[in-house]
Ligand binder design. Structure first.
Ligand SMILES: Cc1cc2nc3c(=O)[nH]c(=O)nc-3n(C[C@H](O)[C@H](O)[C@H](O)COP(=O)(O)O)c2cc1C
Length: 307
């Protein structure tokens, strides 16, 4: 029988998921504003052989939530970039919004992270559930889920074309000939779509992974379709084992239908805490109209179920 492995990811939630977590910790509550806090978590996770660290992204905060709960939510790509030289092998997954950013810029940022971390970058693709973000980006209204997912589909396509702009062999770096790059191996995306126009290549070669790992966490039909088309990893918070099994079955069927091997996609269900188990379940229990809430209390972990 082939050896099976459990895979764990840790979703790092500032000073903890619970609103009062920062009050019961002995550490200085302000520690969450410094790199040392995250570096300590990263080192423990790496020592414990976890596969990856995962940071969510909320480009906006409703003021009512700030009075009693610290939610600094640093830019997650900056945060994992700072953790890259402090760790050696753990995966570094940062969330990036397809609704509130531009694809060439995000492609460059994740490809940069992939170089700086020596091939440990991952992008959690979200359409951003937090409606307050719209006002921060000068957008008249937060788009509805269908519009967000339509944009996300084109967005990920564009990002992958940008990542593919340099062939693996395009870098020559020859002192003798003075040639840095072979122009015949460069492929500018020259993309003109419904949502985006993106012309040029990145200023540096293809990153160590080529395509940083793609994660996805939406579980609506549109979310599943996006994951089936592009994702390497799916984070999900299903209410019980039966629904988890049927979610995974549906996802794998759609991955096959999109021409990819279902084994190429790993499902990482969120763990449940005892606090969570005591409460009655409802569909999408991890989601609220005010924005996404983590499915587990206190730094959720999740595991990959293969096979
Ligand atoms: C483990 C996990 C992590 C998530 N992280 C984020 C996040 O960082 N930012 C965000 O806007 N949404 C996040 N979400 C929400 C999903 O990306 C998605 O927007 C939400 O589930 C609603 O989409 P759906 O209707 O397709 O399920 C997360 C969901 C899960 C289960």
């Amino acid at each position: 029988m082939p050896e099976r492995q459990l895979h764990f990811n840790v979703l790092v939630m500032d000073s903890g998921y619970h609103e009062s977590a920062w009050r019961v910790l002995e550490a200085d509550p302000r520690a969450v504003l410094g790199l040392g806090h995250y570096a300590a978590i990263a080192r423990i996770a790496e020592r414990g052989l976890l596969d990856s660290l995962f940071f969510a992204d909320y480009p906006g905060l409703a003021e009512f939530r700030v009075e009693f709960m610290p939610q600094p939510h640093f830019d997650p790509i900056d945060l994992v970039s700072a953790l890259a030289p402090l760790t050696t092998h753990i995966g570094l997954i940062a969330t990036g919004s397809t609704t509130y950013s531009a694809p060439w810029d995000l492609a460059r940022r994740f490809a940069s992270l992939d170089f700086l971390s020596k091939g440990r970058a991952g992008w959690n693709v979200v359409t951003t559930a937090t409606a307050v973000a719209a006002a921060n980006f000068g957008t008249a209204a937060h788009p509805d889920p269908a519009a967000r997912y339509a944009r996300a589909d084109e967005y990920v396509d564009v990002v992958q074309r940008v990542w593919d702009g340099w062939e693996d062999e395009a870098l020559v770096a020859s002192r003798e000939s003075g040639v840095w790059a072979d122009r015949s191996r460069l492929h500018p995306p020259g993309f003109h779509g419904e949502h985006f126009d993106v012309a040029g290549i990145l200023p540096f070669p293809r990153s160590p992974q080529g395509h940083p790992i793609l994660a996805q966490a939406g579980s609506s039909p549109a979310g599943i379709a996006l994951a089936a088309k592009y994702a390497d990893v799916v984070f999900t918070a299903q209410p019980n084992v039966d629904e988890g099994v049927s979610f995974r079955r549906e996802l794998r069927a759609q991955v096959s239908a999109s021409g990819r091997s279902p084994d190429a996609l790993h499902v990482r269900p969120a763990s449940r805490s005892s606090w969570d188990r005591r409460r009655p379940r409802r569909r999408n229990a991890g989601t609220s109209s005010k924005g996404w809430r983590a499915p587990s209390s206190g730094g959720a972990t999740s595991c990959t179920c293969r096979g």
